[in-house]
Design a protein around this ligand. Sequence first.
Ligand SMILES: *Cc1c(COP(=O)(O)O)cnc(C)c1O
Length: 402
Amino acid sequence: MQNGPLFSPQSDEGHSNDGASWDFSTKAVHAGVFPDPTTGAIMTPIFQTSTYVQESPGQHKGYAYARGKNPTRSQLEAALAALENASFGLCFSSGMGAIDAVLKRLRPGDEVVCGDDLYGGSYRLFTRQYEPMGIRFHWVNQTDLSAVRAAINAKTRLIWAETPTNPLMKVADIRALAALADEKGVLLAVDNTFASPYLQNPLDLGAHLVMHSATKYLGGHSDLVMGFLATNRKELHEELAFILNSSGANPGPMDCYLALRGIKTLHLRMKAHCENGQAVAHFLVAHPKVGKVYWPGLPDHPGHTIAAAQMRGFGGMISFDLASGRIEDAMKVASSTRLFALAESLGGVESLIGHPASMTHASIPREQRLASGVTDTLLRLSVGVEGVRDLLHDLESALAGV
Ligand SMILES: *Cc1c(COP(=O)(O)O)cnc(C)c1O
């Protein structure tokens, strides 16, 4: 094999963590990938193939059929696992495909304790597909550990946590949830999409499984849809790999290549998201037309202390309320920014603005939505990596119009 900072691909025993001591930035560039042994190509080839030629029946090079394994995907899985300090990683065709694989391990009668303000797609999957199959979900405010404890019983098999949450950026204490999960013998899985591995590593805090919508910060360029799961538990990994192969929510090699390309700059992008996020949050706090601002980096944010302890930065996701309380004003601001594009999703290099009440959270009954703090005038920003002066100017102009 060629020289260069090699990080061997994942074997049945997990990937050899020979870059474990590297800086996050070094891992983002080098972990999991290696020059192509046949040509020396420094970038991982896109193995656009469905099958692999065998030497004799059953004798192959570890790759038999591309639903189960693809070399482009294998390198991405090792790269992403390294970013989460995990021994094992698996990529899925979408974040929802990854979450679905975790839930497929459950059986009728099993119970799950999950957050009361989950990503809408998770809520839909849990309530529309798994509840009718006999899985029971307990929706609790996971910033309240006693509420989580009270919801656990002998049938509980999984705690599904998301932190920070969407859109109110609630922060759950992963270490405390992990200690509780260990005490009760249940699995703790954390949806780490909003933080990205640059800001937060749930497995290091004691979680057993970490999930990402790689569609967001990991891909980083709004050009792919993908999911990811990582764990240090070999048996759990094997079960999930079995589900991936048998259910077929596998990503294609082109998307794996795009994700590999994306994560090489994850550290640079996240640094810019955090810096711009901080500037935008402080701008909003000082603006007379703005009410509450939700960003975990603000000292009066309820989750600030825990976020400061378990995250390495506060990211670029910010929600804010308009002081006027008029929904027309929120609609107007959301439609009059020029750099902040009006769209769902998050985590790309470009800034986005969204109005949860009419977009991501429109399916939640109004009373329930208001009770949880998602008001008619709440706006959510995914702050991108553009020039901060331009972003502030864009928000200033939009706010001036109401
Ligand atoms: C987008 C998202 C998902 C779902 O991921 P897809 O890639 O869109 O399937 C799950 N959780 C969170 C927090 C998300 O933002």
